[in-house]
Design a protein around this ligand. Structure first.
Ligand code: FAD
Length: 456
């Protein structure tokens, strides 16, 4: 079977490439190869009761399948060049924002219209932050919520499935460059050829991407890792920020080390959840649009970036080791009250039970100072005191810190301004390229490459 365009990966990057290609030229033959299941068959067996930890399914229900890593995410589409990737460095700031707005329009069309688009523009919170040495990054954010995000994806799939060929449970193991076009080899031993190939394999495809770049002699650069904790506190404390902005990305430069610490993935009235990356349990958070599913707590991550280059280059390996250490001591995610951390004592189940706030994740009470490197922990503590000035109560005794939260990034693939590799007609987009690390940027990169191909 020969295709005009072959897409590897059905995450936001791959989906939006397929969407744009087929909607602009319905005569195109397009194939999408996806490691995991269709959306309705994606399921993680961990129920916290019978199955407590990862049983290494054939494909991960959370990371693989239609919708990619974003399928069960909070569905926060941030429209900004300030974070979420460096797409603008390739295609220009104006174009990047234009494409992110275009993606937003499509999400609205497929069921996101009932959700709200928040914005930092003209917000008094920006001034409040500046007065306290904190920097609020500019962004608009469409919060779909885990529930509506799922609905949007389902509607998109229903629309695309008869126009584009989807191959689920079909990991691609090798890309071969032909005299004209490319041949893809699947794990099952099938072969497919096509004129053009878009690779959009996300975080979960990072190891395969690295190996593919080696085989095709495509240069790469190491990327950073973000390490920190997830903070959980009563929703009231952050209400003035979350009601107006939903998500605020706030950056602080610490006095002690001059490091940057930032808030990440804010979930008003949300829940803290476990995340499984290659068998290592880290922490994350999400929230719902449906009031019936909301909690009384707000959570967000505080992260510090680390980028190693010489002689040690493996930034992701460093993050993994810290996460493994927390798993070793806590059997999974650890939780500590901020007051206990400051007093240098381990949190205990007894003290947690006496708290006024109910944790949304059952984690092992422990001591994060035994896990997180001093410099990073000092940075986080300083940031919590800084946030306390704009949201009093943040540095409260009962504020919960879950650890560790680690954000892994793919190595950066060398690409030109069209996101094309040194091999003609072979493109790498989304998080797998190291260029993006968010839903908006990954989706926009998919539309961008589709339009470039159509232009050819
Ligand atoms: C729990 C969680 C919550 C998140 N919340 C948000 C959020 O609210 N807002 C936000 O902006 N970002 C969020 N993110 C990040 C966001 O999901 C990613 O940035 C985005 O999904 C990247 O899209 P992508 O298409 O590049 O990659 P992915 O979504 O990772 O999709 C890649 C796809 O490729 C498939 N694949 C991998 N290797 C192969 C192969 N060899 N052959 C075939 N298929 C392959 C995978 O199975 C996967 O389905 C979250 C991530 C997680 C894990």
């Amino acid at each position: 079977m020969k295709y005009d365009v072959m897409i590897i990966g059905a995450g936001p990057g791959g989906i939006f490439s397929a969407y744009e290609l087929i909607n602009q030229d319905s005569s195109l033959k397009i194939a999408v190869f996806e490691y995991g299941n269709p959306l309705e068959k994606r399921h993680c067996p961990i129920d916290g009761d019978k199955i407590k930890s990862c049983i290494n399914c054939k494909s991960c229900g959370i990371m693989n399948g239609f919708g990619g890593a974003g399928a069960f995410s909070d569905g926060k589409y941030n429209i900004t060049n300030e974070f979420g990737g460096t797409l603008h460095e390739y295609i220009g700031k104006k174009k990047a924002i234009e494409l992110m707005n275009y993606v937003d329009g499509i999400n609205v069309k497929y069921g996101g219209g009932k959700t709200k688009l928040y914005s930092t523009a003209n917000s008094d919170i920006k001034r409040l932050c500046l007065q306290n040495n904190l920097h609020l990054l500019d962004a608009s954010v469409r919060h779909l919520g885990t529930d509506i995000n799922y609905e949007v994806l389902q509607n998109m799939y229903t629309d695309l499935k008869d126009k584009v060929e989807f191959f689920f449970n079909t990991p691609i193991v090798k890309i071969e460059k032909l005299d004209a076009g490319y041949k893809l080899y699947t794990k099952q031993g099938e072969e497919f050829t096509g004129d053009k190939c878009i690779v959009s394999v996300g975080r979960s495809g990072s190891k395969w991407m690295e190996q593919t770049c080696k085989e095709l002699k495509i240069p790469t650069k190491s990327n950073r890792v973000d390490i920190g904790v997830r903070v959980e506190l009563p929703a009231e404390i952050f209400r003035h920020l979350t009601d107006e902005l939903y998500e605020s990305k706030i950056v602080y430069r610490t006095e002690k080390y001059q490091d940057l610490v930032r808030t990440f993935c804010m979930n008003p009235k949300g829940a803290v959840v476990n995340e499984n990356t290659n068998g290592i349990v880290t922490v994350n958070g999400h929230s719902y649009e449906d009031p019936a599913l909301q909690t009384e707590n707000t959570n967000f991550a505080l992260l510090v970036s680390k980028h190693f280059t010489e002689p040690f280059k493996d930034s992701n390996g460093y993050g993994e080791s810290i996460a493994r250490l927390s798993n070793m001591l806590g059997g999974g995610v650890m939780v500590q009250r901020f007051g206990d951390l400051i007093r240098g004592q381990r949190s205990s189940a007894g003290r947690l039970n006496k708290s006024f706030m109910t944790p949304t994740l059952s984690a092992t009470p422990g001591d994060l100072s035994l896990v997180i490197p001093k410099r990073i922990l000092d940075d986080i503590i300083e940031m919590i005191y800084a946030l306390d000035k704009i949201a009093p109560g943040t540095a409260g005794d009962e504020t919960l810190l879950y650890g560790v939260e680690v954000k892994f990034y793919n190595m950066e693939v060398e690409l030109d301004n069209n996101l094309e590799t040194l091999h003609k007609d072979l493109y790498v987009i989304g998080d797998g390229s190291g260029v993006t690390h968010s839903l908006s940027h990954a989706s926009a990169s998919g539309v961008f490459v589709a339009r470039h191909i159509l232009g050819k």
